[in-house]
Design a protein around this ligand. Structure first.
Ligand code: PEP
Ligand code: MG
Length: 390
């Protein structure tokens, strides 16, 4: 097991097979290091405080990633329960692969597309083996966190090729570089912006990436996703740049992450210029509630304020008749999935290790029951607002 103060997403991706769990003194549940660990199926617990750094080499512990707990000097039954859990996960993975041919359709016949979030070829491969219909979020920035300058078109192609070549004619949703926050490379250390704002200030870098994506994604159903959108003018600027690099006038689909409260509120205006939207519940939740994503121990997606923003984005997407994807961690949370489906999401993009279980869960859902759950949650919301007001 690895104990540390904090870790970056690239550190987690580079861990060897000997590491079976991670315990951090700091960190947040939707920080990118935690997302990478979850996607690899590696148990990780964050925010344990400095006491965790005292754990001696060889000390027996149980890392309960699902429960967010670290048990030091566990009793024999606790160790046995952890072993059992680990076997259960291995069994679930085998079942996911065996059932990958089953459709992810709700009991009443609604097709919910389950896609994989990926930043490496291994995640694409695992996701496809578990039945993913394609890639719903390719986090391109994670491979360039050590970069000393904006990546060139050929660097992008070298990274994209091994991932996209696995997809054949499937969906490949490639997100433009989302630098900033806990994904800041050395050359942007002084910048305060995030995502598309940074790229629009470096138009050559934007064109280099678009050119590379169009080239490497030729054989796929390519979709380009714009991160941290706050306004229509950003989408229009990317659309224009895309026209300049499109081959033979065939521009790929263009979508926006709805992950800032501004984008959620402006969703009706944005969708007119978009071919799909993808809800980034990780940032949306933290930004809407004023939390610190790199340190927050919770991601309360069902908070009324957040739910209201998700609701308006889904309504806007559904009214425009475009795909509404959710690619934040909420898309694989069994408690939140029925609400997302009830609100009108029709694509869920999740970490590779969770594709099979999410597909299985979708098969157990009933749209009418999901809608009722949403109504109850919104009623709770009214009660909550009443309490706040009174
Ligand atoms: C999100 O914010 O929900 C999201 C999927 O993007 P990222 O986690 O990469 O910020
Ligand atoms: Mg985000």
């Amino acid at each position: 097991m690895l104990v540390a103060d904090g870790l970056g997403p690239a550190d987690v991706a580079d861990l060897g097979p000997d590491v079976r769990g991670i315990a951090l003194a700091g960190g947040g549940v939707t920080a990118h290091a935690a997302i990478v660990a979850r996607s690899l199926g590696l148990p990780m617990v964050v925010g344990l405080g400095d006491a965790v750094l005292d754990i001696a080499d060889g000390e027996p512990v149980v890392v309960d990633g699902d429960g967010g707990r670290l048990v030091r000097h566990p009793a024999a039954e606790r160790t046995a329960a952890a072993e059992h859990d680990s076997q259960r996960r291995a069994g679930a993975r085998a079942r996911a692969r065996a059932e990958s041919h089953l459709p992810s359709r709700t009991r009443d016949g609604r097709l919910i597309s389950v896609l994989v979030n990926a930043a490496s070829a291994a995640e694409v491969s695992e996701g496809l083996q578990q039945g993913a219909e394609g890639v719903g979020l390719l986090r391109t920035e994670l491979s360039f966190l050590d970069a000393r300058a904006w990546p060139t078109a050929s660097q992008h192609v070298r990274f994209l090729e091994p991932l996209l070549s696995q997809l054949g004619g499937r969906v490949a949703t490639v997100r433009l570089l989302d630098f900033g926050g806990d994904k800041t490379p050395p050359f942007l250390a002084a910048a305060h912006e995030r995502g598309i704002e940074l790229m629009l200030a470096a138009p050559e870098a934007l064109e280099a990436q678009l050119e590379a994506v169009v080239e490497a994604g030729q054989a796929t159903r390519l979709r380009i996703l714009v991160p941290m959108v706050t306004g229509l003018e950003q989408v229009l600027a990317v659309r224009q740049a895309l026209r300049r690099v499109a081959v033979a006038g065939r521009a790929p689909a263009l979508g926006a992450m709805i992950e800032t409260p501004e984008a959620a509120r402006r969703a009706r205006e944005l969708v007119r210029a978009l071919d799909f939207i993808s809800l980034g519940t990780n940032d949306l939740t933290q930004l809407a509630l004023g939390l610190d994503r790199e340190r927050s121990g919770a991601s309360p997606v069902t908070h009324p304020t957040v739910l209201r923003l998700i609701d308006s984005a889904c309504r806007a997407g559904n009214a425009a008749g475009i795909p509404v994807e959710v690619c934040g961690e909420a898309a694989s949370d069994p408690v939140v999935i029925p609400l997302l489906v009830g609100l009108g999401a029709n694509e869920l993009s999740v970490g590779a290790a969770r594709v099979g279980e999410v597909r299985e869960l979708v098969r157990e859902l009933d749209t009418a029951a999901c809608r009722m759950q949403v109504e109850e949650a919104l009623l709770d919301q009214a009660a909550h607002a009443g309490r706040e007001g009174g």
